[in-house]
Ligand binder design. Structure first.
Ligand code: SME
Length: 160
C-alpha cells in the first residue's frame, strides 16, 4: 500500500473517500475475515481518532467481540441488547447522539458519549457481524458517517 494510512486533514467526506479506497485495497489483498476486521478497525479508528472502533461477530444467539481498537470491552452481547444487539435485531444502523438517552445502552466505558452501530451483511443477506464505533463526544455521528460506514460494511460483508 503506497498511500499514507493515517489521513490527518480534509473534510469528513474527503477522509471517508480516501478511507474507502484504502479499505478496497486491503480487501483486494486479503481474504481472511479476522485479518480484514483488524485492519479496517485500525484504519477507521486512526483516521478519525474515535474512542473505540471494532467489530462483534454473530455467534449463535450472541454477538462476540472481534478485532477492535481502544480499551477493553464487553465480550458478549445478547440479541436485542444494547446498541449493538438492537442494530442486529433491527437489521439496520443505529446512530445514538447521547448514549445516556438510549435505553439499555451497554457502557463498556464511562467516557463513551455517542455511538454508531452498523450491521454487516454477507452475500446471502445474513447479518454476520456489526461494526461498533464510540466517541467520547456527544453527537459525533451523522448521516455522512452512516452513509460511508454502511458502504465500508457492505464492502467487507461482500468479501466474507
Ligand atoms: N455500547 C455498546 C457495547 C459495546 S461497547 O460500546 C464497545 C452497546 O450498547 O451495545
Amino acid at each position: 500500500m503506497a498511500e499514507e494510512l493515517h489521513i490527518a486533514s480534509g473534510t469528513k467526506d474527503e477522509k471517508y473517500t480516501l478511507l474507502y479506497k484504502q479499505v478496497e485495497e486491503v480487501i483486494r489483498c486479503e481474504s481472511d475475515g479476522i485479518a480484514l476486521m483488524a485492519n479496517i478497525a485500525s484504519m477507521i479508528h486512526h483516521t478519525f481518532n474515535f474512542w473505540w472502533t471494532g467489530f462483534y461477530r454473530v455467534v449463535g444467539k450472541e454477538l462476540v467481540l472481534a478485532p477492535f481498537q481502544g480499551h477493553i470491552a464487553c465480550s458478549r452481547i445478547d440479541y436485542g441488547k444494547g446498541v449493538c444487539g438492537t442494530a442486529w435485531q433491527r437489521g439496520e444502523s443505529v446512530v445514538v447522539e447521547d448514549v445516556e438517552q438510549f435505553p439499555g445502552h451497554i457502557a463498556c466505558s464511562s467516557l463513551s458519549r455517542s455511538e454508531i452501530v452498523v450491521p454487516i451483511y454477507n452475500k446471502d443477506n445474513e447479518i454476520i457481524a456489526v461494526l461498533d464505533i464510540d466517541s467520547e463526544h456527544l453527537a459525533t455521528f451523522d448521516h455522512i458517517d452512516r452513509l460511508w460506514l454502511e458502504k465500508i460494511a457492505s464492502l467487507l460483508g461482500n468479501a466474507l
